[in-house]
Design a protein around this ligand. Sequence first.
Ligand code: ADP
Length: 594
Amino acid sequence: MSTPMLTEKYSGAPTRLAKEAARARDYIVSNRTLPTSSPQTNGLRLPPDVSLETFETAIKELQNILGEANVEVNDKPLKDGWYLDHPNTHDTFHVIPQSSLVASAIIYPSTVPEVQSIVCWANKYLLPLYPISLGRNLGYGGAAPRVPGGVVVDLGRRMHSIFNIDAENASCVVEPGVTYFRLYEEIQARKLPLWIDTADLGGGSLLGNALDRGVGYTPYGDHFANHCGMEVVLPDGSLLRTGMGAMPGPEGKDNPTWQSFQHAYGPAVDGIFSQSNLGIVTKMGFHLMPALNENEHQSYVFTFPRDGDFEQIVDIIRPLAQKRILGNIPQIRHVIQELAVTGRGKETFHEGKRPMTDDEIHEAAKKTPLGDCSWVFYGCQYGSPESIKQQLEIVKDAFFKVEGSKFFLPENVPPGHYLHDRARVCSGVPVLRELDWVNWVPNGAHMGFSPIAPTLGPSARLIHDLIRAAHIKYGFDLFPTLCVAGREMHYITNIVFDRSDVAMKERAVAMMREMIATCAKHGFGEYRTHLLFMDQVARTYSWGDQALMRFNETIKDALDPNGILSPGRNGIWPKRWRGKGWELGTRREGERSV
Ligand code: ADP
């Protein structure tokens, strides 16, 4: 497994992280027992209802348009690689057999007209396309197409230009393959007074993460809310610009306010291209944050001793967040994460495979820099030094009401502690650290379960108890991280599993299905999910006898009558595919297996 650097590859890590990248890779390699490469169980997986002959004709035709090297048939063994390799053939964190959700071909356009030609080609041969930007959507399906044998359109490999970083408007326009690492390094190299907002891992793309409505941790952390203007190839091959980009600028130039005003005029259509299958986004604008000085942001941690403090913590956060005293969207993490994020395997702390008990977690936590506790709050304040001091006084006053709570600044913990990485992320510096906890088990991988709950103590307790009960029943350690805003919380729990352990993977899938159903009964719906669960989750949003689904299907059928674009993504199936058993986990008759 390689550690590509940004100097040699658009998707690599910056040189400043060379050592860390090598260390992360070595951990993963040493923790791996699976072969690095495995033949596909049934050879080449053709797109559904497409004969080999038609497929071969179609591939030759596209090779003539894009060049032979830019249309790859995926008949080779599959390699999971690791984060920096970012395989584009399947889900590198496969929770079902590796060969199940797999591409038939991967294609690499380099221009918008090429993307338009690909769409026309797919309409001609009725081939299901699956566009990705980087395909690093770890925990939610990676690069895998929702339909086995789908054709992956890897936009990032040849479309990764940064078109415009505007220091005055504090914005940028990027193509799909621009990662947080690249944009950050470019801004540093040009000494521009701007911050980016990065996801937990810096190798994701701005575009892919925002489209899947991912989050970051500066005041600009809502990635989709901070986008401004898109360019989209529609399923019929036509091209659309949203926002002010819909109005031509003077002398054939782009409109000068394209990256200034998101909504422009008429219905806000941008939203229908996020978490959907209605267009291929080829450019996207983003607002950037004016850079702050070193002494104008302050990361910190509070720890809380008892599990039962949870409700009180959440009730304290709510008014602080509503009044915007908290500077960003903070995280509450369970103390077990302090063990996992060291990157050392579970065996370091505990013998045997069963989940650690509370007593065992507390015993192990005693030896960590923050000491024994139950919950850890990671926050950051922004402003002038005097203002930060005042903000911290208010925040401390509030949290010290929890008996036994403690406060830490970065200088109070050793250099390798996670708080230093949080401090980087909260000041817009992309890192690689968040990967370390998959080493909890051999061949480690993870899948995210991410429901939304109100920011209220009783709701926090209820959702935590429901999820904890499921983890106990199915035998998994529970790793909750809550991103808490003033009115809602994202309860994100990463189910960590061993890719070589078939029984464990089956348990992980069964647990996901159960948690989705149980949480939905209480009104807690997932904000984003792994490919396998999209049908089930979409159908939990069932108010008005599936009114939302009918609306989505109506739009899908109007824009994509041949059903060629990401069929099934987010549970939305085009007419041609509906009711033919493709929906997974909805307990209907005749469900096809993947
Ligand atoms: P990342 O860049 O974080 O690795 P991905 O490229 O995996 O993210 O994108 C996440 C998901 O968003 C993909 O699975 C795909 O469904 C959708 N997506 C990504 N890029 C595009 C795009 N340019 N146009 C349309 N959908 C996209």
